[in-house]
Design a protein around this ligand. Sequence first.
Ligand code: SF4
Length: 464
Amino acid sequence: MQEPKTYFIRTYGCQMNELDTEIMAGQLQKRGLTPSLDEENADLLIFNTCSIRDLAERKVMGKLGRMGRGDKKNSIIGVTGCMAMAKKDSLFRKFPHLDFVIGTNNITDLSHALDEVIHTKRQVFKTDDRFEENLDYLAAKRDHTVKAHVSIIRGCDKFCTYCVVPYTRGQEVSRPPESILEECKKLVDSGYKELTLLGQNVNSYGKDQPEWNCLFHDLLYKIDNIPGIERVRFLTSHPIDITRELMEAIRDLPSLCEFVHFPIQAGSSRILRKMHRIYTKEQYFEKVALLREIVPNVSLGTDIIVGFPTETEEEFQETYDAMREIRYSVAFIFAYSPRKGTPAMRWKDDIPEEIKLDRLQRLMNLQEKIMNEERSQMLGNTYEVLVERFNKDGKLLKGRTRCWKKVIFEGDASLIGTLPLIQVHSFSHQTLIGELNQIAESSPHCLSKEMQEVYKAGSLPVKR
Ligand code: SF4
C-alpha cells in the first residue's frame, strides 16, 4: 500500500466532531497530504461518525456497504468518531475492506495508524476508553477564518438514559486552562473574532480538577481578558450546571454573547426523571426565570425529544406548553430512536412512529410560529453583526448577531471579519435580511456591552 497523497474527511454530527476533523486534517497536512474535494477518488477517505441518531449511523453504514461492493479502488478507508467507539472492531467483520477504526480518544494516533496500515497492510484498531491528552489543537486546519471552535472539556458524566455519549466519549476530562488560553490567544492574534468553547457539558468544566481552582465561569473571565477578543460563545450546557456565577458572567463580560443553549429535552417531570435529566420541570423553569432576570436580553436554544418511551399525550402537551411559554430562539427537535448500549434500550420503544412524527410536526409548527414572531419584532432594529463570509449565492454577505441570528446583507469582501451595524428590513425563512446602517435608530440591547457605550456616545464605527 502506498503513502496517500490526498485525503477527504466526511464529518457527521456535532461541533465536537467538526473540531476533531480539523485536528485530523492538521495532522494529515503536517504529513504532506493535501485535501481533496473528490470523495470518490481521494487516496485516504475518513468517515468521522456520530452515534447520537440512528439516521446518522445508517448513512455511514450505507456508504461503507456500497464501497464494499466495488467502489473501494485503491483508497485507504477509515472510520473515526462515536460509531468507532460504539461498534469497535465489529466494523471490520461487517466491512472487511475497512483499513482502520480509531475512537474519539485516539485521534492523535491517526498518523501512527496510517503508518501501520501502509507498512503492515493489516487492519488497525485503536479505541481507548480514557482521553489521551496530547492532542495537537494548535495544528488544527480551521474551516473558517473568522470563527473557531476551542475544545475545553471532553466526555460526559451525566448518563442521560437515551444518550450514547458517556459510552462513546468517556468520562469528563477538562483541558488545562493554560492550554486553552494559549490556543485562544493564538487564534485571536491570527485574526479570529469569535471563539466557541466546546464540550458535551461545558458547565462541568474544572469540576474533575479541583486543584486548578478554575470552574467554567472562572475560565470565561480569563478568556475575556485576552486583548482583542471580540466574541465568545459556548456549547453545550446541562441545565443543572448553569450557575448564578455563569449568568452573571454573561451579563458582565463584554465578549460573552447573550445566547445560551439550555436543553430542556422534555416538559414533563416524569419523563425527565425517566431520561435521568436530574431536574424537574419546575427547577428548569426557575433557572430560566433567574437567567432572564439577570440577563434580560438573553436568547435561548433547546433540544427536545418527542416520543420517549411511555410518553403520554398529556406529557407531550407539557413539552408543547413549555416551548410556548419559554419561546426559544432556536430548537432542535427530534423523534426518539433507541440507541444500542443505552439504558433506555431496555424499555419498549412503545410510541408508534406516526404519533412521534405527529408530535414532532406540532412542535416544529409551534417553533416556526415563535421564530417568525421574533423575527417580525426585529424588523427596523439595528444589530451588531459579525460578518463571516459570503452567503451561498456568492453575492450577499452573511453574518450573525450576538444572539446567533443569521443576517444577510449587501457589502464587499472587505467587511468579512468586521462587526458592522446592520438594520434589518425583512426576513425569509430562517434568515434576516438587512442593510449596512451606521446611523440608524438602534436597539441598544442587541449590541455588545462595549458597543452600547459607543452607541450612547453617538459614533457607530465598523470594528476591524
Ligand atoms: S448531558 Fe446527557 S444528553 Fe448531554 S452528552 Fe451527557 S448524557 Fe448525553
